[in-house]
Ligand binder design. Sequence first.
Ligand SMILES: Nc1ncnc2c1ncn2[C@@H]1O[C@H](COP(=O)(O)OP(=O)(O)O)[C@@H](O)[C@H]1O
Ligand SMILES: [Mg+2]
Length: 451
Amino acid sequence: MCTRLGAREKAEGGKTSATPPLAHRPTTPPGNFELLLTTARKAFLKPSASVIARYPHRRLQSSSMAPTKDFRLLCLENPLLGKINFVTDSIGAIHARFPHSQSPLISGVFTAQYEQPLVLYIQAVGNQELLDKYELKENDAILAEEKHLGLYEDLLNNYDAKLIAGGAAQNTARGAQYILPPNSVVYLGGVGDDKYAAILHDAVKQAGLRVEYRVDPEKPTGRCGVVITGHHRSMCTDLGAANHYDLEHLKKPEVWSLVENAEAYYVGGYHFTVCPPAIMELCKQAASGNKPLILSLSAPFIPQFFKNPLDASAPYWDYVIGNEQEAEAYAQSHDLGTTDLKEIAKALANLPKVNKQRKRVAIVTHGTEPTLVAVQGEDEVKEYPVHNVLKEEINDTNGAGDAFAGGFCAGLMEGRPLAECVDMGQWLAGLSIRELGPSYPFPKQTYKSTL
Ligand SMILES: Nc1ncnc2c1ncn2[C@@H]1O[C@H](COP(=O)(O)OP(=O)(O)O)[C@@H](O)[C@H]1O
Ligand SMILES: [Mg+2]
């Protein structure tokens, strides 16, 4: 999902004052989104014949006589445009930037894979002069300081910058919407009142995803500047408005009615860095309505540094999804005394639970290794081999986990058995890693169960 800024936009230099507020701006996609949009519209799928055959009760809900209830899946995380990996040089930097973080259980240099939903990647081929100007290293991933903030406009105005929308839970939400009927998924998060937010808005609209952004009048939309020099990449991220989502937005009547209307909730773990109270509201809503809450651990630093808010939400998880590193980080920070992934999955599944009407399911993905699934109260941890994707077909494995979660959630929303939900997650992840960036192929492909 990418575009380039037009000449006029470049001339405006991205100044927010030149553009009307986001809420009043028409949402027609900029020029080169249009083809994709048309393709996307054409490709929007009704439930596949195989789904209807297997789940005849869905047919009624999906026919034009009895329209499917809209926006059954609600997703919450922090919108930014793009996706970032950053390396911080100190634990202190984490605390300074994330007020909800806690004393680390480990000390020393902290390396985090950090990925935010809804950042705008502003990516261009640069040169040494540009790197020097902003004191950037040729191969690095950092959070922006004051001295870096000019980089984004510099890339837009003076380099041939490409804009790419991305982000963890947003990729998941797009993934679920890719599979489900139109108007199935709504995504919440924070952006600024600027042209970057408008671009994000249009990009997700293309994917058929409804977004309800908290628009911050002061903070810019999250951006990640990517300077490419040869084979090197220097990434510099300003989290901006994504860091300022608040409970007030969630409780606005028009947003809260979406929460009440939804039948399932997906929370990206990165949101523990922003607004744990909003997560808790969704947790309680899920439990009181016996609706599933799906939580992604998102990154090893979430269980390490955001242990208290994570643990407060744990009794409300109906599904918890993490990759092998996140599972290991959870085990370490919670003193489980094991590095065995099956044991960790089991421990996650058997944490205390508020809603006793649903057994918790813990899912641990592990790249090309089988996906592990533990169910609360069950002894056996099941293994599901992943879908084979030929090496030469793989373009980008970043975001595989997000895509897995998207396919998994879509399976849940379709009422499929657990094994098929996992299979659907693996299938969508397989599609996504064949694409460049966190995206899904068009024309759309249809999942066919082989189980
Ligand atoms: N090289 C690969 N070949 C096939 N499937 C893959 C590959 N890498 C990832 N996947 C699929 O994506 C899922 C999630 O990948 P994983 O690496 O565990 O997550 P993350 O992106 O969070 O690190 C896997 O369970 C698998 O189904
Ligand atoms: Mg991985």
